[in-house]
Design a protein around this ligand. Structure first.
Ligand SMILES: [Zn+2]
Length: 150
């Protein structure tokens, strides 16, 4: 339909203009979130809690190109903040718990959720960067951009 009308089909998450094969964004993010290589879904993505492997041991895909940096932590704050604040306000409005009871519920839950989500969220961010050919994942020189004035 689009081609009949002469309209170029827009492909999100791919590199339509550069002729690169579009990598499956959601599949890559899901594989990353499960701690697997975004390319093959088999090899391990993490060597430690948040330390990613340099290379997939199964398919050999180079994974050290990612620049997840602080993004996983910011995303975890957003996710946990919404869950904990929303649940706190709902419980506060519908119960008569004391402040100490609230502290006993929400502080451990906040810590547990943050620890539990950090690795999956980082894996999903790495999957996203891989799927979108970001940083060195597209084969470009993987150097830090020069700062202005240097
Ligand atoms: Zn792999």
């Amino acid at each position: 339909m689009a081609s009949e009308l002469g309209i170029q089909e827009q492909v999100f998450g791919g590199e339509h203009h550069s002729g690169r094969v579009a990598r499956p964004l959601w599949t890559a993010m899901k594989r990353g979130a499960l701690g697997r290589c975004p390319h093959c879904g088999e090899g391990k993505l993490f060597a430690g809690f948040t330390k990613s492997v340099d290379k997939c041991s199964v398919c050999g895909e180079e994974l050290h190109h990612h620049r997840a940096d602080d993004l996983p932590a910011y995303l975890v704050i957003v996710i946990v903040g919404h869950i904990v604040l929303g649940s706190f306000m709902a419980l506060e409005a519908t119960s008569t718990l004391s402040m100490w009871q609230h502290i006993a519920i929400w502080v451990p839950l906040t810590i547990a959720l943050s620890v539990a989500l950090l690795q999956p969220v980082k894996g999903a961010v790495i999957g996203l960067q891989w799927a979108l050919y970001m940083h060195g994942f597209g084969g470009e020189k993987d150097a830090t951009e020069p700062r202005p004035g240097t």
